[in-house]
Design a protein around this ligand. Structure first.
Ligand SMILES: [Fe+2]
Length: 284
């Protein structure tokens, strides 16, 4: 069984306590969906120090309003081979392949910010989908494949509370990325795709409208998980610190057995769990 910890949009919230918590939890890998810290390279440096396999894709906030693209470049360079935008990352020795979606995305269909264009250049929706697809078909056929993106794909619903639904402005609409949906369509013609992980659309909806739906599974079995619990640092009712990770367990065939949001105390105890999908047999 592969055990994956997923950190939703960090927005500056990552520290040594998170690293120590991972030492206790011992997941096989960590996936990070971007929006690290508005251009602060300390966050990518901390991720680089982790000893477990890590894959990350940058988000829109990682440009830090620097339209020149230099901040994005610095963030990507500091992440080094942890960053997998438009590319394949093998999580050696873990038998799992991760392919990143379009980095720097702010969702909304297909929009390239000035910073993204300055750093990565102009490209079309289909160019972007083709890059993601080309990376995915390079992945070993005998390993499960995960797509890791900052913004999720279109097609997951148009209500504000849907995994990529626009909640800050009426009317609500599907705010996912069209290139990612197109890539998923092309990849699945060639191989199974058990899991798509993303962030960007925070769980708590604006205007006091409650919480977002964060997991969907489509008819082909692909699980879509929005990991953007923001803020991911907090305290429980007793004043003790907690940390959020989304947690996925997948068997060697790539079937997702468990997906949950978990809030941990710093000693690794689960304070609170929201189970989203559970195929595990009940203990008797
Ligand atoms: Fe974002």
């Amino acid at each position: 069984m592969l055990r994956l910890a997923i950190a939703g949009d960090l927005h500056g919230q990552w520290d040594q306590a998170d690293a120590q918590l991972l030492d206790i939890l011992q997941p096989d890998a960590l996936l990070v969906v971007g929006d690290l810290a508005d251009g602060d390279v300390m966050l990518p440096r901390l991720l680089r120090q982790l000893e477990l396999p890590v894959a990350c894709v940058l988000g829109n906030h990682d440009a830090a309003k620097d339209a020149s693209g230099r901040t994005l470049a610095r963030m990507e360079q500091t992440l080094g081979d942890l960053h997998c935008g438009w590319s394949l990352k093998l999580l050696d020795p873990v038998p799992l392949s991760v392919v990143g979606g379009r980095p720097g995305s702010a969702g909304g269909g297909f929009y390239l910010s000035p910073a993204v264009k300055a750093h990565w250049g102009e490209l079309s929706l289909f160019d972007s989908a083709q890059r993601i697809t080309a990376a995915a078909v390079q992945a070993p056929a005998d390993q499960p494949l995960v797509l890791l993106a900052h913004s999720g794909p279109t097609g997951l619903g148009s209500e504000a509370a849907d995994p990529c639904g626009r909640d800050w402005k009426r009317p609500a609409c599907d705010w996912g990325d069209q290139d990612l949906q197109e890539a998923i369509r092309c990849i699945r013609k060639q191989r199974p795709l058990p899991l798509v992980v993303f962030g960007h659309m925070h769980h708590r909806l604006r205007h006091g409208a409650g919480q977002r739906r964060t997991l969907l599974q489509d008819r082909q079995g692909t699980v879509y998980l929005n990991a953007a619990c923001v803020p991911r640092h907090g305290v429980d009712a007793m004043g003790s610190a907690w940390r959020h990770f989304s947690w996925v367990e997948m068997n060697h065939l790539g079937v997702v057995q468990l997906a949950a949001h978990r809030w941990y105390s710093l000693d690794g105890a689960v304070i609170n769990e929201q189970r989203l999908l559970d195929l595990q047999p009940a203990l008797s």
